[in-house]
Design a protein around this ligand. Structure first.
Ligand code: GLN
Length: 194
């Protein structure tokens, strides 16, 4: 059985757990680094990236998650999770995972509208997907090996780099399961390749 963990330091976790279980995946709240050994993929949820980053450091999560990624195990970061996976936070030095070749503009959509919902076209999904943005970041630039999956207002809002998937929006806050299914497919194909 495929097991996907949701990092449970701060932020919205329960909706992810419910959606994973609804798609027939075993879901685990990850509160300690040792639990990473029990899971095949990890979701880093939305919340407050500065707070999650500080807690990751305090509870010694940074290196274990970097090792998890270096084994090719998939990680999905939504919103604050996207910020934490990025290599470049617009020059800020806050604690983060420094894994994905993207440069992020935190709260990039914040000043225009604090939160909004749109129908978004996403590469690899054959119908528009409802996407909820809440004080969302966007991706300002990507490295050559990053696949851009979606843009909104000319800003990158979803991307993939090997085993890393990120979205500015919150797929767990709608009933649409397509984007989460993309991640589950990544986790299952990694398991099959072992
Ligand atoms: N603006 C928040 C941050 O950068 C993210 C908001 C969210 O996760 N909904 O931490």
């Amino acid at each position: 059985m495929t097991t996907i963990g949701v990092l449970d330091l701060q932020g919205a976790t329960i909706e992810h757990i419910q959606q994973l279980e609804g798609l027939g995946v075993d879901a685990l709240l990850v509160k300690k680094p040792e639990q990473l050994q029990q899971i095949d993929g990890l979701i880093i949820p939305g919340g407050e990236s500065t707070a999650i980053g500080k807690m990751m450091k305090r509870y010694d999560f940074i290196e274990p998650i970097q090792q998890f990624a270096s084994l090719g195990k998939p990680i999905f970061g939504t919103c604050a999770g996207l910020v934490l996976l990025a290599k470049d936070l617009g020059g800020a030095e806050d604690s983060h995972l420094n894994l994905m070749d993207i440069s992020v503009q935190r709260n990039g959509f914040g000043r225009q509208r604090d939160s909004f919902e749109i129908d978004l076209s996403i590469k690899g999904i054959d119908q528009p997907v409802p996407a909820v943005f809440i004080r969302a970041p966007y991706i300002e630039s990507v490295g050559n090996n990053v696949d851009v999956l979606a843009t909104h207002d000319d800003k990158i809002v979803a991307a993939k780099q090997n085993n890393l998937l990120v979205s500015s929006f919150h797929p767990e806050l709608t009933d649409d399961r397509h984007f989460l299914q993309l991640f589950i497919n990544m986790v299952e194909s990694k398991l099959q390749s072992q």
